[in-house]
Design a protein. Sequence first.
Length: 346
Amino acid sequence: MTLERPDLSQIDPEILAYIESLEEELTRLQEGSRSRRAALSDEPAEPSEPPTTKCLVTMSKNGRIKRTYRHLYLRQRRGGMGVFDLDTPEEDPTTYMTVADESADLLFITDFGRGYRLPVSSLVAAQVRERGRLVTELLEMQPDEKIRVMLPAQDDGYLAVLSERGYVRLLRHNYLSASMRPGTPLFDVGRFGSVATGNWTTGEAEIFIATQQGKGIRFRERMIHANGSLGIRLDRGDEVVGVVGVTEETGVLLMGADGKGTIRIMSGFAANKAPGTGGKTAFKTDQLVGAVAVSDNDDVFAISGLSKIIRFQAVEIPPKEGVVQGVNCMALRADEVTAITACAIP
């Protein structure tokens, strides 16, 4: 017997959240059953796309970096185990990923608040499972300086740079142009704290900040002072993990270290009238690892501490307006997700 889902719009929000969590758990169990059946039948990975000059760039916590053509990563189903990628020791997990064309530049910002640019083509094109090289061999960094932001350079928009204390500053794209001197100071770490993360925005919409405890805040970009403002007030023991430029219609992929994720629609996450307040729960998780904007034509990449990487379509994750526990995005064994990214596929 098939039952239709009744109208739950008038139900108490706490009861509705509980019902949705039960539905998510049922979906997870059903997906797990399908994944096990597929594994038993040796179902091949789905072809992802024809050869492209787009590259997935992966970098470890200590700066070991490589690029691999995106089409070499075959698409799997959500909930799979993935394949091994960047070859690094267990104590140096992959913590940064982005997608960029081989003709583009990569923009780096360090924990010291200094900026660098590097052509993607300067990275040797490697296979999926290769060791890469240290980024310090390519950039003139100080011995104790660490990369905290790695993104494709852009010719428009603003870069939102977020500090470990929750302060945010918007940098116009022209400050980050090809003429930028290597090591240019971009962020006052003495005043705001070390750089934690960053992302591109339009400068005219809204900012969504996510923390490790699954909390978030959303506010208009124009509220950020030219020299920087407190974006979110962090609870004790919490830390920022992502910043995303959003609108009311944007879907933000939130994924935990346990491999569960959700796409949170911003229309269901009320905006604050001003930045600098405490966050509210955006996703039920013990450890959020990332937040990225996604759309229906995007593919998601997630990588673990043991360098297992999975690629799947964003449409496999049901979008939600409310707080949920998420669905299983990556199967893990004594492992945890360490980084995510997403990109549009033609």
